[in-house]
Write a protein that binds this ligand. Structure first.
Ligand code: FE
Length: 236
């Protein structure tokens, strides 16, 4: 079986939000699709371990924000690689309360869809929630929605372990960085690249700092992974 075939399936990149009465969460999902047009019905596939799963189970409603290509990796990292049990993911994010009371992420969203859960299917690690659409609208008619292929190819993004599309990747080619130039390192969790020429301004790391010289407690600015989750980027 060649699982590379799965990479030929097309997806988008979305923030799915859910919850009620002060207990809200949102997460990145790529498995969102329209099932029927009459009645308008969509489905989402959510990992049972995710806090958003718990929120959909209890609120029986969810919203989907369709992200634009220009969505920064830090925002994707916040919703895709961090847990809403630990942080408030909506800090600094533009949100509006929808018809269902669910917060709809409007930052970098080209459109949104709100739905009430009408059914669900147990799929082992994941649950597929079916939702009858109660509201939807376009937020930015000019921006391009991000496809999952764009996220991987152009943004250098990865799938978190809880994503339905997660696959273990083969080890990268052996490092061949030139000795005189400091090497770039990539986060194996989220795909962020540490470039020594740029440093990490958010983490107060000055440009010109080699990866090897970063403090031991430095973490990935996108997903929060430690230095041990980074690997060297081969010279091109
Ligand atoms: Fe990361």
């Amino acid at each position: 079986m060649n699982k590379g075939a799965f990479y030929k399936l097309s997806y988008g990149l979305y923030v799915v939000t859910a919850g009620e009465e002060g207990k809200f969460n949102g997460q990145i999902a790529n498995t969102v699709f329209q099932v029927t047009s009459e009645p308008p019905t969509v489905a989402v596939s959510i990992n049972k371990q995710n806090y958003t799963h718990e929120c959909i189970q209890s609120s029986r409603r969810f919203a989907v924000s369709i992200l634009e290509e220009a969505t920064p990796m830090t925002m994707i990292g916040r919703f895709g690689f961090k847990c809403g049990r630990d942080i408030n993911k909506f800090d600094g994010i533009q949100v509006r309360t929808g018809k269902t009371g669910v917060p709809i992420v409007t930052s970098h969203s080209v459109a949104f869809i709100e739905a009430e859960v009408t059914g669900q299917m147990d799929c082992g690690t994941h649950t597929i929630f079916l939702g009858k659409v109660v509201e939807c609208d376009i937020l930015d008619a000019t921006a391009e929605p991000m496809t999952y292929a764009y996220y991987h190819k152009v943004k250098g993004g990865k799938s978190p372990k809880n994503a339905p599309t997660y696959q273990k990747e083969a080890p990268s080619a052996e490092p061949s960085a030139s000795p005189e130039k400091a090497s770039r390192y990539t986060c194996t969790v989220c795909g962020y690249i540490y470039d020594p020429e740029k440093g990490d301004p958010d983490g107060k790391i000055k440009p010109g700092t080699r990866f090897e010289d970063l403090p031991a407690d430095w973490v990935c600015p996108v997903c929060g992974a430690g230095k041990d989750k980074f690997e060297i980027v081969s010279a091109q």
